[in-house]
Design a protein around this ligand. Sequence first.
Ligand code: NG6
Ligand code: CA
Length: 572
Amino acid sequence: MSCIHVVHKKDRESSVKTTISSFNYSTLCKRFLWLAGIVLLGIGCASEFPESAPNQPNIIIIYADDVGYGDISAYGAEQIQTPHIDRLAEQGVRFTNAYASSAMCTPSRYSLLTGRYAFRLENAGILSAEDPLLIDPESSTLPDILGNAGYATSIVGKWHLGLGSPGEAIDWNGSIAPGPLEVGFDESFIVPVTNDRVPTVYIQGHRVYQLSQADDSLEIVYPKEGHHDYQEEHFGEGKQTETNAPQPLVGNLPSGHTHPEKLRYPADAQHSGTIVNGISRIGYMAGGSSAWWDDEQMSTVLVDKSRQFVEQHKDQPFFLYLSLTKNHVPRLPNRKFRGKSGSGLRGDAVVELDWVVGQVTKMLKERNLYENTLVIFTSDNGPVFYDGYEDGALTDHNGHDPSGPFSGGKYVAYEGGTRMPTIVSWPKKARKGVVSDAMISQVDMLSSLAAVSGAQIPEDYQHDSQNLLPVLLGKQQQGRKQLVQQSSDGLALRRGKWKYMPAAERSDWAYNRHNKGDTPLNTEPLTNQRYLFNLQDDTAETDNLVEQESKMADSLHNELNDIINRYTVDPQ
Ligand code: NG6
Ligand code: CA
């Protein structure tokens, strides 16, 4: 019998909801009791309790948004230079076969934090601010497991995994829960959804950050399904007049429809809601204006909040999930990065992202934490030029190819959608300057980081995560044998050099985005048929071998079905 005991969250967390500022005292008390229990148990089996405990590294995941394999100079970008990220690669392991579990944000983030493929959960699509928390507070998560091993845990940045309970509308002026604190984080400072969606406010702990009592009540409304098609049809380009513009669904603040003259750049119908900082967003918002964020300051704010967390917890192991909003639309890089990439606003935003990585490294070095901090840099899904805003990305790219050697990008099943730049650095233990072609998925972070922290995942927790710690540290080359990729084209299975996609309904919308204008992301849409690609000889996935290699295709088809049928996750 193992003497390492991990207490399930359901045993650990009570219904106490009192939160002071951003700090989760409930979790802290539970954790203290848990650790006290371990000490007592440890009397009987001291040797088996995380022997690595004194060496537990700090862990920081720097998660970029919509940043592609080819956006980073260590991965071959020439127009855009990312010296701080490249430096991380020189100091650690750079992966060439690392994957987000999905080509969209919400499912990738779900997998990263739960170790589960998001396709197992029916409603893990791209969420709005009106969608409830996607992760069951009763289930295991990365912050939960690391917390059990004695880590202080925090998320700073983009959440996009839903907030509140199903069927209950959120009061944005009151306590906003459940959310990150209920799935294992001790502290949270989040961008609730995406930076193109209302509400454009940060949430610290359970409360909107810097919301003033003097403000009008903060309210939001998202257009319902079909609304955008209707708008496009009736008010689309060239059809809108001053008198027929759709009116806001809440409040009367200027929107992209009613006040296009106030915009820094035009947007499509979906992104033509309330205007904040000269940018119209998805959805309508009223009130709470003292809390609205300043897009151009966002990276600085997130760095400051990260620094505060690290400073407070530097004497114990900590886990920081630093979830950045670069390079998601709307692209509003800080003035000091404008024009720095020679590749338009999109490129400038990557330069800003690189600056953030430099700030994190500096912060660690100044506190003598760099050597024993395991930093993972990666992205949630592939790149896109046009994603609803005419911000010049389609014309200013200067030949920059953000998905590098791969086809496609965000949303789609081609490798550009999920093959991510991924760097792991831990100067004390990881190898330096190694390039690894081992296959890994972000779904593996749960098991791998549990292993490095000395914690165990509860035995009854069903997941898809593999412990690839030696691979992450560059000490072993053998990664996963196979992995599943999710996208708007359905599921795909990669095994070794092969990639298989079953026949599926595939829609054109994502390809229409990639094929707008003349850019390196122009992509041949996948049709509804089956596909089999040999990625070793055909990186760009242009040669469908499903007929020639039908046995291989059938065998991968069955393998994918077996994985799909292993288990499902019920919505909470
Ligand atoms: C889409 C938005 C897009 C982006 C995306 C989420 C379209 C037409 N609109 O609905 O702008 O916000 O959601 O991106 O694509 S993600 O990276 O967070 O998944
Ligand atoms: Ca994203």
